[in-house]
Design a protein around this ligand. Structure first.
Ligand SMILES: [Ca+2]
Ligand SMILES: [Ca+2]
Ligand SMILES: [Ca+2]
Ligand SMILES: [Ca+2]
Length: 557
């Protein structure tokens, strides 16, 4: 058997890259900066299987961030097919502050690739006989999102909560689980593994050549004692919007007169009160999980969050968060660092939160406070979005400091993984604000997610005629507050375009912007947590005859 894998690493991280292959099932290498070779001579008497690596360690040391390339050659010198697990550790000073980060890669190789796990590597081998190995990074989607498993290992006795316990424990548990799954579930070919440390959730990328339900059942049944949950990814969530009232237009002048909703909830008075305070406003980052945001919109100038530790367009993950050039959020649909809007829905929501209070366009709920920033996270398109991408977006929001998220999307599919993600985000102080839905149904009887998950701030829509909007979902146990959602004017796709939309999608960012506004001035002073502020918002809501019986509190005030 000859050389079976040649891996070229683009080490675009500055300092040190360590690579150590592990034969499947072997314990993890402790010091990856000096790669050591673990071999399994195998019990079969067939000559065993041995991986040799050249060079054994890949060390690159440099103070300047620049791109390095290093080739690592792996050979299987035995006769038995092997799986090698490589962990790259990027060990820059910044990364040390953040904790070590490891990027696992999995390589399959053997003498008869068609017989190794998965036909994908088999196909590749036929096309490229010299390179019968498949290598993928965890961020690559190898086939479709249906090839993703979302799961969380069960905590051992005496271990802390998934979030808040030592990261090392959770990481080790995740790594052990990945190894066990691949060695014990026949036919399971894990091509990438992401451990979301802030949410305590793992995402396994699977080879395409499997029956998803069969794999799910075998993992669920075989690992019931080891898993809190496991589920298949699915495209379950959709932007919430009543398209029948959608009318796009380009309007050159100040549109305040049309912004009935902002006046109705008393925002002008709030702006005056808060501006009169002597203490400074704190920065608040509001993540908008949606179809992206038109970041060059004339009324959002200066309002888009900037990642302070990421240098744009240099092809380098300067801040070491695993994503290259993520200067203004991220696009989890296309896996690129440009979360520009392709639809308009996300831009509309962003405008309702933070459009500048000036002479042009509209004013957002938090428009008067320039310390409130939008973090665009694109996981939806007009045709929907995947659970895994919603979770990746929320993980990014929490990891990068967004304390509030505005979520104008939903579906009727319950996901234990998304529920756990929302719960874990809340456990670290994040407030998740969600739309109730536009199907005129009662969420107490017909659940809508993520609205119905515990402690989400779920928003119904009202119209200017002092009524709940006829399309709005409601439910005294599941829908917490109502806010203006019909005929809402806001920013749209073009840099100077505006449109009028209706839906609980529009009511949700009005609440998110209002919460951000109050939190920016009063947070950690008069109110110490966003969950406490959530309670205060519910207490201070207007209990109106027409909101009674439909939402938990009343109209946002
Ligand atoms: Ca980055
Ligand atoms: Ca960069
Ligand atoms: Ca993009
Ligand atoms: Ca404006």
């Amino acid at each position: 058997m000859r050389v079976l894998a040649l891996l070229a690493f683009a080490a675009a991280f500055g300092l040190l890259v360590g690579a150590a292959p592990e034969v499947d099932g072997a314990p993890p290498s402790e010091d990856l900066s000096h790669g050591r070779v673990l071999s399994d001579d195998g019990p079969s008497g067939d000559g065993g299987s041995v991986i040799t690596v050249s060079p054994a360690a890949v060390d690159i040391e440099d103070d300047r961030p620049s791109v390095h390339r290093q080739t690592l050659e792996l050979s299987n010198t035995g006769s038995k097919p092997l799986t090698a697990r490589l962990a790259l550790r990027f060990d820059t000073a910044k990364r040390r502050q953040l904790a070590d980060q490891q990027t696992p890669m999995i390589v399959h190789f053997g003498d008869d690739p068609a017989k190794t796990r998965g036909t994908r590597s088999g196909r590749r081998a036929q096309e490229e006989p010299e390179k019968n190995a498949s290598v993928s990074k965890p961020t690559n989607v190898t086939c479709s999102h249906v090839g993703r498993l979302l799961l969380r290992p069960r905590r051992g006795p005496g271990e802390g909560a998934a979030v808040g316990e030592s990261r090392r424990l959770a990481q080790d548990r995740s790594r052990r689980l990945a190894r066990r799954l691949e060695s014990e579930v026949e036919g399971l070919n894990i091509t990438g593994w992401q451990h979301l440390e802030f949410l305590g959730i793992d995402i396994a990328e699977l080879n395409c050549s499997f029956d998803p339900d069969d794999i799910l059942n075998r993992v669920r049944n075989g690992f019931a004692a080891d898993l809190e949950f496991v589920e298949l990814d699915s495209k379950s969530y959709f932007p919430i919007q009543d398209s029948s009232t959608m009318a796009s237009s380009s309007i050159p002048d100040a549109l305040w007169q049309s912004q009935w909703g902002m006046r109705r909830v008393g925002l002008p008075e709030a702006w005056q009160d808060l501006e009169a305070r002597s203490d400074p406003a704190e920065t608040v980052i509001v993540a908008v999980l949606d179809t992206g945001v038109t970041m060059n919109h004339e009324d959002l100038v200066g309002r888009i969050w900037t990642n302070p530790n990421e240098v744009p367009n240099n092809g380098i993950d300067d801040d070491g968060n695993g994503l290259v050039d993520d200067v203004h959020g991220y696009d989890f649909v296309d896996n690129d660092p440009d979360p520009s809007d392709s639809d308009g829905h996300g831009t509309h929501c962003a405008g309702v939160i933070a459009a500048n209070q000036n002479s042009i366009g509209i004013s957002g709920a938090a428009g008067a406070n320039t310390n409130i920033k939008i973090m665009p996270l694109r996981f939806l398109t007009g045709t929907g979005g995947y659970t895994s991408d919603a979770i990746l977006s929320l993980n990014y929001a929490v990891a990068m400091g967004a304390t509030i998220s505005s979520n104008s999307w939903g579906g009727t599919t319950r996901s234990e993984a998304l529920e756990a993600a929302v719960r874990s985000a809340q456990d670290v102080g994040h407030l998740f604000i969600a739309a109730a839905g536009n199907s005129a149904s009662n969420n107490d009887f017909q659940a809508e997610y993520p609205c119905n998950y515990d402690d989400v701030l779920c928003v119904a829509a009202t119209e200017s005629a002092e009524a709940l909007a006829p399309y709005s979902n409601r439910g005294v146990q599941s829908v917490n507050i109502a806010a203006p959602g019909s005929d809402i004017k806001s920013c749209y796709l073009g840099a100077s375009s505006y449109s009028t939309l209706s839906g609980t999608s529009m009511a949700t960012p009005l609440v998110a912007g209002s919460v951000a506004l109050v939190w920016s001035w009063l947070g950690n002073r008069l109110v110490t947590s966003l969950q406490d502020l959530r309670s205060l918002m519910l207490e201070s809501a207007d209990r109106l005859s027409w909101t009674n019986g439909w939402v938990e509190s009343g109209m946002l005030n």
